[in-house]
Design a protein around this ligand. Sequence first.
Ligand code: GRF
Length: 210
Amino acid sequence: MGLKIAVLASGGGSNLQALLDAWRTQQFRNAEIVVVGSDKPQAGALKRAGALQIPTLALEWSKFSNAIAFNQEMALRLAEYNVDVVCLAGYMRILTPEFVRKFPQRILNIHPALLPAFGGKGMYGHHVHEAVLKSGAKFSGCTVHYVDEGTDTGPIILQATVPVLDQDTADTLAERVLIEEHRLYPRAVALYCENRLRIVGKRVHIVEKA
Ligand code: GRF
């Protein structure tokens, strides 16, 4: 049996869908998506998983007294599926250091900007694209990175760029970035599953073959 992948998502799940489509077309060598989890039982991402009969895991955030309790339960539930790697795909909850330490260098995230710029606390969703537009930057893009105990600070695996146009709004920029996210995330997960990533300091080397 190959690597067991869990995907955590809070929203509509278009990044999840890109990963599901890549997996189902055999782009992830020797790996399978075994569970999709969310902090929102009504998340569209869970419906996408359900449509493909993939087990789902919904933990209602408000039912937990604090982030530590929520993350402890999430880690316990993921362990029931023997998860090897956790892919965050529009997951809006900050992971506790305790959770991250349970999956050392085994949590990936996609961020809709070119980290380390436009990342960190409060930099999610449209806030990112608003900040890019306000900065006058000529390019934006997306980043797939390892999750460490910081916020958007883990070693960068892959990045893709898009132009920022004079007439862009947060919506038009978000849409352009999202297209690249759907290409980039499956490529990063495929490299991970092929064991072709080597973390050297803050840099991730992509080796030809494992
Ligand atoms: C994406 O822009 C992703 O970069 C960010 O949240 C958004 C998720 O969108 N983390 P979706 O739920 O995958 O459609």
